[in-house]
Every structure is written in structure tokens, then in C-alpha cells.
Design a protein around this ligand. Structure first.
Ligand SMILES: Cc1cc2nc3c(=O)[nH]c(=O)nc-3n(C[C@H](O)[C@H](O)[C@H](O)COP(=O)(O)OP(=O)(O)OC[C@H]3O[C@@H](n4cnc5c(N)ncnc54)[C@H](O)[C@@H]3O)c2cc1C
Length: 459
């Protein structure tokens, strides 16, 4: 618990309304997309870089750890507050500071919600490609913390690929700008790419120069429906092998097809083994040939149906099931553990087969959603948090899935980060020498280990 004088000092920096110490306030900001709970003592809401600096300096003097938070939608325990820490919530630093179309850049504060910047850019015919499925809630600061991906990232890249530069408050209270403002080349060490994805362990991002681009002239949306997940995953591999880079290759399996039908009546056949939503974009003149190639590949891989959207309403209809996929599983079990194991695309069919085996071995209920083009799978393990046996089974099955990804030359996390949940797997994925380099980087930035301690690696 903070002393009254510590609370008073924080209020003198931030104002009364921007410091919370009530029990209910701790509860509201103590969770994230995992079912874990934190043990923090206050939540603060800075409104400027200067306020962040003053909070950081005060906490350093007092030996208090700080845990940065955006919308708290991460699913790896990344915002889980450590014992006695203060949560620094960036929600009120949510201004779009500049949009510079000539140089394809938008400068924003970290609390800007991804969807909000997309809506603003859309008015100018521009967009920011990283589009996590949580984009209506998740913030740019959180997206940067995790280097988030999304459906469009197969063609365009993840958050890390769309940042020119960042303003960062370091653990010593100094403010630095890393990277460029409207260009991405950086001589010397590429600090921007080290800080993006570092889950708030190296510095707090207070401004970001996002690389934006014009909305493509045209797009086509298709749906391939298959009898088996194996055929579907083969089609994913074959579409890319045919030389096409779709914007989106989103897959879902039979369980998710059925939960989304129950919930949203998306019009997909309940007996299908799996489906993929395929989108291509670019110049209109180039797209018809790509659609034709994709149709032929799906037919070769035994698609039972292949649809091409002919109107905006049909596009929405195709996307409906994917949009409601995660929420729809609540009809089966109250909780789900979401994974983001990722494998080389060529190993995608083997990963699908491996997940099927985990289902059988553990008797687990697992639905699969995947950013399939990236080999990025989201097996959703459905369970009931109130049932200890199911919780144990969840954790065991998650570890086996991670081992599966590593055995196929993949990674335990394609986009959700390591946080707390996957920390134990770091030595296996990276090996001792690389981990030692990670630790040295962390110590160089944060020698006292007070910025989001206990996440990614233990020192
Ligand atoms: C339904 C659902 C769908 C999802 N879909 C996707 C998806 O398609 N792709 C994907 O990649 N993820 C997805 N996620 C996971 C999650 O939404 C992303 O990780 C997202 O980027 C987190 O944003 P946030 O604002 O909620 O950040 P938070 O969860 O608050 O924080 C995320 C990390 O960033 C750090 N952080 C926050 N702000 C700052 C800052 N200013 N400076 C430094 N560090 C900071 C935090 O400490 C934490 O480590 C999904 C989650 C849900 C619940």
C-alpha cells in the first residue's frame, strides 16, 4: 500500500482524478486477457510526456515498479501488475498529433485506439495496415508493446514494420526519440525495433510515428469451404505456392463454424471441416487473374464450395463469422485460452494435424482460428475457470501446443507476446546465449528492473 504522502505526491503531479487507489479501481485495472490478477497499489493516468517523466522519476526515487497499460486486451499477462507496483495507464494520452499525407506518416499518442486512427485516415483515403482483431478496443501503445499482427499482416507486415520512430521515456526519466520521423532507415543500432515488442520492459512509448499508406484501389473477397481441415490447410500452402500474396488468409475450423452459426447465422455449412476467407487487393486490373488462380487451387484441394463476394453486403456476410468468432465460443464454455503458436507456412498442415492430436490426447475442446497466411494459429482451448481440472488441462495442453510449434521450426508466439504465460518457454525457443543478450539489453535500459518487471525474462 502507498503511504498518504506518496499518494499526495502523485496527485500533485497528475491531479486528483488521475490517481486511483480504491479497491474497485485496483480490480478494474488488475486483469488482462488472461484470467490472472495483479497485486498493484495504484493506477495513474498521465496526460502528457512531462507527467510520465515526473511519475517515472518519483517511482524511481521510491523504488516502486511501473506497469504500462493500454486497453489491457493482451492475452499473455503483459499488463499483469507485479506486487506493489503502480499501473501507468495511457488511455488519456489519446491525441492524434499530426497527419502528414505527403510523407505517409501519422504521429499519435499511445492511448489512441487502433480503430479510431483507421477511421480518421479513411476520410483521406489512407490506412494503417496493422489491424489486430481487437482493433476496436486495443491501443497503439499496446499494439507497439506486443508488435501486434492481424488479418492483413500476411501481405503487409506486423506493427514493427509500420513504425518510423518513437518518443520513449526511459527508466532513468530521460526522454529520447528513436528512429526517423517520416523515413524508416536508421544508421546505428535499430532501437525502434528493439523497443517495439518489448512489452513495456525497456521504456514507455509516449509518441509514435506510424507509417500509413493509401487504401488500395480495389479488393476481392472470397470464401473457400472444405470438408476437412487438412484440405483447407493444404489450400493455404498452395495459394501462396502459386505465387499469390493475399492480403488475408483467415481460417476457422468446424467447431468455430458451428459456434458462429449458433450466434450470428453467418450462412456457412455446419458440416464443413474448415473454411478460409481470402482477400486480395491492389489495382483492379490485376485482381481477376488472382481470383481465378485461387479458385482453381481451392478446387484442386477439394473445396466443397467457393464463393466470391459481389457486393459490400456479401463481403460483410463472409467476414461475419470471423468477426464474432472469439465471442461465439462462450456458448460452449465460459472461458477460452487463446494461443498464437506460429509455424513456417510449409508446416501449416502438420500443425493442424498436431492440434487435432492434442484434442484427442487431452480430450480437450479446441476450436481453431488462424491468420493462416502467416502460419499463425489461434487454437482456442475452451474451459471453465471455476473447474480446477479444466484449468490444469488448459495449461498442460498449451505447453504441448507450444512444443509442437517449436518442433516444427516455429515460435511460441507469433503476435501475442511472451508476458508471463510463455516465459518458461524462452530458454527452449532462444537458447542460453541469446537469452543472455536479451538480459543485457534489459539491464542496459532498466538496471533497477522497475519497468514491467517479471515479463518476458527473469533477470
Ligand atoms: C478478442 C481479441 C482479439 C485479438 N486479436 C489479436 C490479433 O488479431 N492480433 C494480435 O496481435 N493480437 C490480438 N489480440 C491481443 C491484444 O489485443 C493485442 O496484444 C493488443 O495489441 C493489446 O493492446 P492493448 O491496448 O490492449 O494493450 P495492453 O494489453 O494494455 O498492453 C500490451 C503490452 O504493451 C505494453 N504497453 C502498453 N502501453 C505501452 C506504452 N505506452 N509503452 C510501452 N509499453 C506499453 C503493456 O505493458 C503490455 O506489455 C487480441 C485480443 C483479444 C482479446
Amino acid at each position: 500500500m502507498l503511504s498518504q504522502s506518496q499518494v499526495n505526491k502523485l496527485k500533485s503531479i497528475l491531479g486528483d482524478k488521475d490517481v486511483i487507489t480504491s479497491k474497485i479501481g485496483m480490480y478494474a485495472y488488475g486483469y488482462d486477457g488472461t484470467m490472472l490478477e495483479g497485486a498493484h497499489v495504484a493506477v495513474v493516468f498521465p496526460e502528457s510526456t512531462q507527467e510520465v517523466v515526473e511519475v517515472v522519476n518519483f517511482c524511481r526515487e521510491q523504488g516502486i515498479a511501473l506497469v504500462p497499460r493500454g486497453a489491457g486486451t493482451n492475452v499473455s499477462g503483459g499488463t499483469l501488475p507485479s506486487e506493489g507496483s503502480i499501473v501507468i495507464n495511457f488511455a488519456r494520452m489519446n491525441k492524434v498529433l499530426e497527419i502528414d499525407l505527403e510523407n505517409y506518416v501519422a504521429i499519435v499518442e499511445p492511448g489512441v485506439v487502433n480503430w479510431d486512427i483507421q477511421e480518421i485516415l479513411a476520410k483521406y483515403g489512407y490506412y494503417y495496415p496493422p489491424d489486430p482483431a481487437s482493433w476496436k478496443a486495443s491501443t497503439i501503445g499496446g499494439n507497439l508493446g506486443e508488435s501486434s499482427g492481424g488479418p492483413k499482416c500476411f501481405k503487409y507486415g506486423v506493427t514493427r514494420d509500420f513504425i518510423y520512430g518513437l518518443e520513449v521515456v526511459l527508466p532513468n526519466g530521460k526522454v529520447i526519440w528513436v528512429g526517423g520521423r517520416d523515413f524508416s532507415s536508421e544508421p546505428m543500432y535499430d532501437l525502434t525495433r528493439i523497443i517495439v515488442g518489448s512489452e513495456g520492459t525497456l521504456g514507455f512509448i509516449t509518441k509514435a510515428a506510424l507509417r500509413i499508406q493509401p487504401v488500395p484501389q480495389a479488393k476481392r473477397t472470397m470464401l473457400g469451404i472444405f470438408n476437412t481441415p487438412e484440405d483447407c490447410s493444404q489450400a493455404v500452402a498452395d495459394i501462396v505456392a502459386a505465387g499469390i500474396i493475399p492480403t488475408t488468409l483467415e481460417m476457422m475450423d468446424n467447431l468455430i463454424i458451428n459456434t458462429t452459426e449458433d450466434y450470428a447465422h453467418a450462412g456457412n455449412p455446419r458440416d464443413a471441416g474448415a473454411l478460409i476467407i481470402i482477400e486480395v487487393d491492389g489495382y483492379a486490373a490485376d485482381l481477376d487473374a488472382q481470383v481465378e488462380t485461387i479458385r482453381k487451387v481451392c478446387e484442386k484441394d477439394n473445396a466443397k464450395e467457393f464463393r466470391i463476394a459481389k457486393s459490400a453486403a456479401e463481403v460483410d456476410q463472409i467476414w461475419l463469422a470471423r468477426r464474432v468468432a472469439f465471442g461465439s465460443v462462450a456458448r460452449v464454455k465460459p472461458n477460452y485460452g487463446i494461443n498464437d503458436i506460429t509455424v513456417p507456412r510449409s508446416e501449416f498442415p502438420k500443425a493442424i494435424a498436431g492440434i487435432e492430436k492434442v484434442k484427442k490426447d487431452f480430450g480437450a475442446t479446441i476450436g481453431i482460428v488462424a491468420h493462416a497466411g502467416d502460419g499463425n494459429l489461434h487454437p482456442l482451448i475452451l474451459y471453465d475457470q471455476r473447474n480446477k481440472e479444466e484449468v490444469d488441462l488448459l495449461h498442460k495442453a498449451e505447453m504441448v501446443l507450444c512444443e509442437l510449434a517449436l518442433s516444427l521450426g516455429g515460435t511460441v508466439s507469433g503476435e501475442h507476446g511472451i508476458g508471463i504465460l510463455k516465459k518458461a518457454l524462452m530458454p527452449k525457443e532462444f537458447g542460453e546465449q541469446t537469452l543472455n543478450v536479451f538480459k543485457k539489453i534489459k539491464r542496459a535500459f532498466d538496471p533497477q528492473n522497475k519497468f514491467n518487471p517479471g515479463k518476458i525474462i527473469d533477470l
